[in-house]
Write a protein that binds this ligand. Structure first.
Ligand code: PMP
Ligand code: GLN
Length: 382
């Protein structure tokens, strides 16, 4: 393996899920739901499978899916041409990798907000670019985006900033003010923004997901990425998409076509169906996840953790120090054996492990009885 990829030989999700399986632990480590998506979408996939949609779809994606994505995205007030401004990808993961490969040269710098989703560091390395990490800061009890810190990280080599909101792993949702300040930095320094919005629908309480592309000056410089996995409980389908200008979409397509060319033929019409018909189901999902968030957060607090608020996503973060532990990673490796629960240490998503040493991430996208079982097991830690 080439040196630049040597830090990426395995993923925390694969390792933690394997450990959970080996020990019979409740897996609150890997974020995937344990119930299926809307039955209309599943029926549409079955119809497509038996209806002959099993060969290569068109390179940019099936036309009905691109049309559905454009229509879906229009709720933010945007207007994308399905023929030139939308590209279907093999999940958001490929969309991020293809964007970085297409838009950065070896030696370019990419600003990544920390903690970051694990694929970002690997994708930047695969592109031969350099990651410059900017940490979220704790402000008024939540994790906040510090646009001034982003500005300070810009150098003449900076090409792009990679932004994820709603944010995995912290569950923070960037505010309009934070995004507007970030947009100003992008415009000031002529940066491309690559936004990972896979949790766009999973936003709780009175929080709101605001796409960075809708900020002044950003439409022409933002590659907006989302995916069906989290919106429709189908994380294994890997149907994602990119929305941007014709030039940026053509660039991303140039890389994407030699990564997978196309994928998910019969799943594409089913996702189109879901985007067109199942948004009420998604509203229910959002409300149910909000309750699950409360269920797990309250349970963790009762078990002795100190819990940060989660405004969106599948995740809640907890401080392990009140229970007498310092190192959340060491605890995470022992937790499955010791009490039968798996969680993920946040420090593996950072370049500053000392600052995030005490934080564990738990996923609440699970059935209530599974969450209750995990909570009752975690009480044994005290
Ligand atoms: N981005 C973030 C922030 C995620 O949490 C995930 C995975 N759950 C992905 C991207 C991957 O999305 P996909 O499965 O569509 O590739
Ligand atoms: N996105 C999921 C999480 O953060 C996991 C995805 C994966 O296993 N690669 O838990």
């Amino acid at each position: 393996l080439v040196p630049r990829l040597r830090p990426f030989t395995s993923t925390i999700f694969a390792e933690m899920t394997a450990l959970a399986a080996r020990t019979g632990a409740v897996n609150l480590g890997q974020g995937f739901p344990d119930t299926d998506g809307p039955s209309g979408m599943l029926a549409a996939a079955k119809d497509a499978l038996y209806g002959g949609a099993n060969q290569y779809p068109p390179g940019p994606g099936r036309p009905e899916l691109r049309a559905a994505i454009a229509k879906h995205r229009a709720r933010y007030g945007t207007d994308y041409d399905p023929d030139t401004e939308i590209l279907v990808t093999a999940g958001a993961t490929e969309a991020v990798s293809a964007s970085l490969l297409a838009l950065t040269e070896p030696g370019d710098e990419v600003i990544v907000i920390e903690p970051y989703y694990d694929s970002y560091a690997a994708a930047v390395a695969m592109a031969g670019a350099t990651r410059k990490v900017v940490s979220l800061v704790q402000r008024e009890g939540r994790f906040a985006l510090d646009a001034d810190a982003v500005r300070s990280a810009v150098t003449p080599r900076t090409r792009a900033v990679l932004v994820n909101s709603p944010h995995n792993p912290t569950g923070t949702v960037f505010t309009r003010d934070e995004l507007s300040a970030l947009a100003a930095v992008c415009v000031e320094h002529d940066l491309i923004a690559i936004t990972d919005e896979v949790y766009e629908h999973l936003v709780f309480d009175d929080n709101e997901h605001v796409p960075l592309s809708t900020m002044p000056g950003m439409g022409s410089r933002t590659v907006s990425i989302s995916s069906a996995g989290k919106t429709f409980n189908c994380t294994g389908w890997k149907i994602g998409w990119v929305c941007s200008t014709p030039e940026l979409v053509a660039a991303v397509k140039a890389a994407k076509q030699f990564m997978t060319f196309v994928s998910g033929g019969p799943l594409q019409p089913a996702v189109a169906y879901a985007l067109d018909n199942e948004l009420d189901w998604v509203g229910e999902l959002r409300r149910s996840l909000e309750k699950k968030r409360d269920r797990l957060a309250n349970g963790l607090a009762e078990a002795g953790f100190s819990v940060w608020p989660s405004a969106g996503t599948y995740f809640v973060c907890a401080d392990v120090r009140p229970l007498g532990f310092d190192d959340a990673e060491e605890l995470a490796w022992r937790l499955p054996e010791r009490v039968g629960v798996a969680a993920v240490p946040v420090k593996v998503f950072t370049d500053h492990p000392a600052e995030w040493n005490h934080v564990l991430r738990f996923a609440f996208c699970k059935r209530d009885n599974v969450l209750d079982e995990a909570i009752s097991r975690l009480h044994k830690l005290a």
